[in-house]
Design a protein around this ligand. Structure first.
Ligand code: CP
Length: 303
């Protein structure tokens, strides 16, 4: 495991090692007084060519928790604005010998391209609509911690909403099925992918049909920035048909939990009451677990 380009490229033992290290860091952080010299003297470059709150900050937090130094490279103030090519930008940063590059880009397989141009580990922090593997690892860590399991056998997980434009769904479908869960996709026909990156995915076009029997309901934002046309002219109409409300959540299993990679569009794919339900919503727990999951990734790839 030199790079983290996608769940697809990880072996089962890589996934288990990343999750196990994530559990160790999550427990250590829960103790409240975390100090580590694990990556002391290492320099990580965060390269975000798309907006981010959670991923960027939690990679930064993870690097600092492990005593690495971090450079937040900024596209807006870089020489990309003077016409330098992306390839020359990557070669330039690679020539400075960072210990890892964390990259988010709208370009398909940008992390693969970067990995071919530099010597250090490259970590995918979100690649087009294709994969978001660190999100999938933190989602799985969250489920294993909540249900106190190793693996996801016996669970039925529904991924709902704009699946066709979601890199989170792309990575989650792979990791959830590889760890033994049954995965359902619930989406309107115009947001249903033509094919899936994992076997055995069941599809439904309504929450009413797809939610019964589910242990986990993962909601997704409508990713309008990746749509070529206005597929969702009315957010209110979308909410009426596909928004997760408490009434709809009662269709799932009694103790089913709600997840969302966020950012959320409240009142569109999810109601305020469900998003903030202290018993059912794991959404802010996911964000918390982003730090130990990313500490594990940096630790195992950089150290
Ligand atoms: N879940 C996620 O990737 O959030 P950000 O876009 O804020 O990083």
């Amino acid at each position: 495991m030199k790079h983290l380009t996608g769940i697809k490229e990880l072996s089962d033992s890589d996934i288990r090692a990343l999750l196990d290290r994530g559990h160790e860091y999550a427990e250590a952080l829960d103790q409240g007084d975390f100090r580590s010299e694990r990556l002391k003297g290492r320099v990580i470059v965060n390269m975000f060519l798309e907006n981010s709150t959670r991923t960027r900050t939690s990679f930064e937090m993870a690097a600092l928790r492990l005593n690495a130094s971090l450079i937040n490279w900024d596209a807006e103030t870089s020489s990309l604005k003077k016409g330098e090519s992306f390839g020359d930008t990557i070669r330039t940063l690679g020539a400075m010998r960072p210990d890892a590059i964390v990259i988010r880009s709208a370009e398909y397989e940008a992390p693969h391209m970067v990995a071919q141009m530099v010597e250090c580990p490259v970590i995918n922090a979100g690649d087009s609509w294709r994969e978001h593997p660190s999100q999938a690892l933190l989602d799985t860590l969250t489920l294993e911690r909540h249900f106190k399991t190793k693996g996801l056998s016996g669970m039925t997980i529904a991924i709902c909403g704009d699946v066709s434009h979601s890199r989170v769904a792309g990575s989650d479908m792979q990791i959830f099925t590889r760890l033994g869960a049954k995965v359902r996709v619930i989406a309107p026909p115009f947001l249903m992918p033509n094919k899936f990156p994992a076997q055995g995915i069941e599809t439904f076009t309504s929450l009413e049909d797809g939610l019964p029997g589910c242990d986990v309901v993962m909601m997704l934002r409508n990713q309008k920035e990746r749509m070529n046309e206005d597929l969702i002219p009315s957010d209110a109409a979308f909410h009426r048909q596909y928004g997760l409300t408490h009434e709809r959540l009662t269709l799932a299993n009694k103790n089913a939990v709600v997840m969302h990679p966020a950012p959320m569009n409240r009142g569109v794919e999810i109601s305020d009451e469900v998003a903030d339900d202290p018993q059912r919503s794991l959404i802010f727990t996911q964000m918390r677990n982003g730090v130990p999951a990313r500490m594990a990734i940096l630790d195992l790839l950089v150290e």
